[in-house]
Design a protein around this ligand. Structure first.
Ligand code: ZN
Ligand code: ZN
Length: 323
């Protein structure tokens, strides 16, 4: 089964970390962090439906204007998620321009700020000339986005300020064994969608019935024609202070990830500096990834001080990860 996500880090190790995720089979993309996004084509920018910002330091948020310009006349909402600082920062950005001619634009920007306990949902529309509207405030255990194909969760960590890490989880793939289907005397039809929905929404309830032609079957009678494969889990974490609390939370959050995108800002020889600047070292990134049983570690966001020796940073992280 082809993975449903196409993943691309937009910049080099020394530029802003930014992960672009194209959702295959849908004209839609997700973006993790909103730093410099100039390497995206206008058509890629136009596809972005949801943005997950870790925190609003400049190297993670400067791309807001490019994004806004790219989707300004789009019919289809943009959702931006982030820590509490995301709301005043977006308001500040929007206040930097004059918006007297946009009342007919269908633009909708939903801002969902997660403080670790509650999500505060606000809305800015072209129609209201980007005046803030408060939509709702609701309790959340970190689940920010639910889609039939995938979900996105956040965990609040510390970087001198609150900083969110994210995980993107694809739902299980449900494949039908066509040969077994035929051997049961059944044929492909719209009933398969109902059957897959039952398996996806309530895999434990096998007594639900499905009508195929004139006959009715219990879901239980049909499970042998199904092959279920686990979906991918992708995690993304950057700008995290080197402390035990962060390490513990991050480890359990990224557990079992297929791919983990992680900062490796400092070398362990500059550990004191890493502590002062609230960043991870390459060694810590490798250790956490190893302990969490991650399959693939993708490094990003290196300090410019190592611009002549990126291999040293990679080596330090991989030494811990590959033992
Ligand atoms: Zn940063
Ligand atoms: Zn930062």
């Amino acid at each position: 089964m082809k993975p449903a996500f196409h993943l691309r880090l937009l910049n080099s190790y020394f530029d802003d970390p930014c992960l672009f995720v194209k959702i295959l089979y849908e004209k839609r993309a997700l973006l993790f962090d909103l730093g410099n996004i100039h390497t995206l084509t206008p058509s890629d920018v136009y596809k972005i439906s949801d943005v997950f910002v870790t925190h609003t330091h400049m190297d993670h948020f400067i791309g807001f204007d490019t994004l806004l310009r790219g989707i300004l006349r789009r019919d289809g909402p943009l959702h931006i998620y982030g820590p509490s600082s995301i709301l005043p920062c977006i308001q500040g950005k929007l206040k930097g321009y004059t918006w007297n001619l946009i009342e007919n634009y269908p633009t909708e920007i939903h801002v969902c700020a997660y403080d670790g306990r509650y999500v505060t949902h606000s809305l800015f529309t072209g129609k209201s000339k980007f005046k803030k509207q408060t939509i709702s405030k609701y309790r959340s255990d970190g689940l920010l986005l639910q889609h039939p194909m995938f979900s996105v969760r956040a965990v609040k960590l510390y970087h001198g300020i609150p900083c969110l890490a994210y995980s993107l989880e694809e739902k299980s793939h449900i494949n039908i064994d066509k040969a077994l289907l035929t051997s049961k005397g059944l044929s492909v039809g719209p009933w398969l969608n109902d059957f897959k929905r039952i398996l996806r929404e309530d895999p434990g309830d096998r007594q639900q019935t499905i009508r195929i032609g004139v006959k009715t079957y219990a879901a239980d009678e049909l499970t042998d024609i199904v092959r279920i494969t686990r979906g991918q889990k992708i995690s993304y974490a950057t700008d995290i202070a080197l402390n035990q609390d962060n390490a513990r939370k991050l480890l359990s959050f990224i557990k079992g990830s297929d791919t983990f995108f992680c900062e490796a800002y400092f070398l362990d020889r500059d550990r004191e500096r890493a502590i002062e600047r609230f960043h991870l070292t390459a060694k810590a990134a490798g250790t956490i990834a190893k302990k969490a049983g991650v399959k693939k570690l993708e490094l990003m966001h290196f300090s410019p001080k190592y611009s002549d020796c990126p291999d040293k940073v990679i080596e330090e992280a991989m030494r811990e990860f590959c033992v």
